[in-house]
Write a protein that binds this ligand. Structure first.
Ligand code: 5GP
Ligand code: ZN
Length: 156
């Protein structure tokens, strides 16, 4: 069937789960964007990554330039540019993402000590990869640096 994307483009969609998944077939401009997308390539295994967790909906891997002892990126397999593009259609997917975030925290041993979850949107936030991703940061205190929540990179 065809669905409208958040920005009005048409998308051929074949879903096998409520949250959508990697089997979604996308056409036209969106496919070009996905072919250039570094995280889509990581998900497909075309670029190597240090995987922490994977299921039908989500891929999680270590950040190449960690800002903390634990710095994992949790990424939906579906290409969505940023949190700004999320719509009601993605409600179930968001639930899957946060289940994965919590699983990653357990796997990395920061579920008891605590962790920070960050998603950057757009230029001023410093979003550098235009595929929705959640930074899971832990293994050190962050405390008062809310103005640079993805950071502390300078300190490490
Ligand atoms: P953003 O700045 O968009 O919020 O976060 C993008 C993150 O992706 C950065 O923390 C950056 O270090 C990470 N990153 C960029 N390219 C790669 C890559 O090829 N592999 C991995 N593992 N991380 C990457
Ligand atoms: Zn992508």
């Amino acid at each position: 069937r065809q669905d409208n994307t958040a920005d009005g483009r048409k998308e051929n969609v074949r879903r096998s789960g409520a949250a959508g998944n990697i089997s979604i077939k996308q056409t036209g401009k969106r496919r070009d964007i996905m072919e250039d997308c570094i995280f889509c390539k990581i998900i497909k295994g075309e670029i190597p990554s240090n995987k922490v967790f994977e299921n039908e909906y989500v891929y999680a891997f270590r950040d190449i330039a960690p800002c903390a002892p634990v710095h994992v990126l949790v990424v939906p397999k579906k290409h969505i540019s940023s949190a700004m593009q999320l719509t009601q259609k993605d409600d179930a997917l968001l639930g899957k993402i946060f289940e994965a975030v919590n699983e990653v925290a357990r796997i990395c041993g920061v579920d008891k000590s605590g962790y920070r979850v960050v998603t950057n949107v757009g230029r001023d936030a410093g979003q550098s990869v235009l595929h929705l991703h959640f930074h899971v940061l832990g293994g050190r205190p962050f405390m008062n640096d809310m103005s640079t929540p993805n950071a502390g990179c300078e300190e490490h």
